[in-house]
Write a protein that binds this ligand. Structure first.
Ligand SMILES: *Cc1c(COP(=O)(O)O)cnc(C)c1O
Length: 495
């Protein structure tokens, strides 16, 4: 059955999957949502026999219904190849009471590669299907990881350009160097003098700027998005939850139909929303555990029903979660509002006006699949140390937030279901913070020296992504104020 995509902020006017991918954001500023969540049409037993690419096809075909089988399979084959340093694409590690699903074996060592290695192929295919002649300009705001993963995916892809905005003082040294060393004539990296929310809000504003859209069209361009507001990012993220379940079944870790909890270190709410969609497709998922850092706006939301961004923005050691406006939550709000676009629009207007909104008790009752909690900086650091000392396993700061929150969840609820923790980045991406937790002499060492040290302590080889940037030249140096983003875009496109 065909799945069409409508906006979270209006009724009617649906587009196909390929059109939604091309457009990124709906014209009314809303996010595209599927008109229904398709149900898995393969049994869990069948899924357990599949490799990652086969699983990805089984999931994606149900959402991206205007792509042909050969188109979709070609995209999948190009995306999930030797760019990933493990044949399985993802990897599993049991430690303590949880299963760490390592989603960081792609080219930029964060889970963003899971979707951003396929998005360019989906987009090019979508452009062909829709006879788009104009060049596609990918506009992206990043809290550190999306930027590099999107750059790597779109660099030198014909018919596209990519512009990445990141908070100049809000990313890790390795994250920044990864972006600033990016090659590709069609790439531009810009540090903004503001935080991630400023970057994201600025990008959304450019998307809905009608005058700019007209100038772009005249210049032969059109915008699209590589942020998780794009349905072309969300759908590929559902696949690894289905794959993980199949793999646990195959290994005899769980019995068929057994509920498995999922813990996700959350920022923009994309990854955990993908797990929610997987559950709604029929995957036996128990609780969806939403882990936050000190920017615990989601924790407060799940506890009180009030979403309130009026608070201090905290820079933490898990920068990819330093977010106060979790864009994808809008998709969940739309859903618990009974797919009511008018209602969602009002709530989002309140968010951009007063900076907060409150959901009704009826809506809150529909959030029972979720549990929210947070970990402080001290708890996060202690969790890295604990896993290293007890299990010899080194995890990154984001995964540590999730791991610490999971311990709180177990204590609070006594729930002993098997649990997957989404491990979203390699510890090598946040070497300094990770080494601070486990190496007393970390302070005197440089970033790459620390990477060498981490290799000795963890026994895990330094990933190619880190080796590459050791000596790579800096190729980008552009910076701008928050209100100067539009000019930067126009200058790059010579408009
Ligand atoms: C992006 C990111 C997150 C947050 O994921 P969302 O989908 O934005 O909630 C968590 N950890 C890492 C390492 C990330 O890069």
């Amino acid at each position: 059955m065909e799945v069409l995509y409508g906006s979270t902020r209006s009724r009617g006017t649906s587009v196909t999957a390929s059109q939604a991918i091309l457009q990124g954001l709906s014209h009314d500023g809303g996010l595209f949502v599927p008109d229904h969540i398709p149900v898995l049409d393969k049994s869990l037993q069948e899924l357990a026999g599949m490799d990652y690419r086969q699983t990805a096809y089984e999931v994606m075909k149900l959402f991206l219904t205007d792509f042909t089988e050969s188109e979709l399979k070609a995209c999948i084959d190009r995306a999930y190849d030797t760019k990933f340093d493990t044949a399985d694409v993802v990897s599993f590690r049991e430690a303590g009471q949880a299963y760490y699903l390592e989603l960081f074996h792609g080219p930029t060592i964060a889970f963003k590669d899971m979707a951003l290695s396929i998005l360019p192929h989906l987009m090019i295919t979508a452009a062909k299907k829709n006879h788009v002649e104009r060049e596609i300009v990918i506009l992206t705001a990043t809290s550190g990881d999306t930027g590099k993963a999107a750059l790597a995916g779109f660099a030198d892809v014909e018919g596209t350009r990519i512009i990445v905005f990141y908070p100049k003082n809000g990313v890790s040294p390795i994250q920044e160097k990864q972006m600033l060393t990016q090659r590709g004539e069609n790439t531009l990296v810009v540090g903004i003098h503001g935080n991630f929310d400023d970057a994201q809000t600025g990008v959304k504003k450019l998307f809905s700027d009608r005058a700019l859209a007209a100038e772009l069209a005249a210049g032969g361009y059109q915008f699209s998005s590589a942020n998780s507001i794009n349905i072309g990012r969300l759908v590929p993220q559902i696949c690894y939850y289905v794959y993980a379940y199949g793999k646990m079944l195959r290994q005899g870790t769980i019995k068929q139909g057994e509920l498995v909890n999922v813990v996700v270190p959350t920022g923009n709410f994309g990854n955990i929303l993908a797990a929610f969609y997987a559950k709604n497709m029929g995957l036996p998922v128990g609780k969806l555990i939403c882990a936050s850092n000190d920017n615990k706006v989601l924790y407060d939301f799940f506890r009180t029903g009030v979403y309130d961004r009026n608070r201090e923005f905290v820079l933490t050691t898990s920068p990819s979660m330093d977010i106060l406006i979790s864009s994808n939550l809008e998709r969940l709000v739309y859903r618990i509002a009974g797919d009511d676009g008018e209602r969602t629009k009002e709530l989002m207007a309140a968010l951009s006006g007063e900076g907060k909104y409150q959901i009704t008790d009826n809506m809150r009752a529909l959030l029972s699949d979720f549990y929210g909690n947070y970990a402080t900086e001290e708890e996060t650091e202690a969790e890295i140390r604990r896993l290293y000392e007890t299990w010899g396993y080194v995890i990154d700061t984001h995964t540590a937030v999730a791991s610490a929150v999971y311990r709180k969840y177990r204590e609070e609820t006594g729930d002993r279901h098997k649990t997957i923790i989404a491990s979203t980045a390699s510890p090598y991406k946040f070497t300094r913070s990770v080494m601070k937790a486990i190496d007393a002499g970390y302070d005197e060492k440089g970033d790459f020296e620390l990477a060498d040290e981490l290799e000795k302590l963890s026994g895990v080889k330094i990933p190619a992504a880190v080796e590459e940037i050791r000596i790579a030249p800096i190729l980008h140096d552009k910076q701008c104020e928050v209100d100067g983003m539009k000019d930067v875009v126009k200058e790059f496109l010579q408009l």
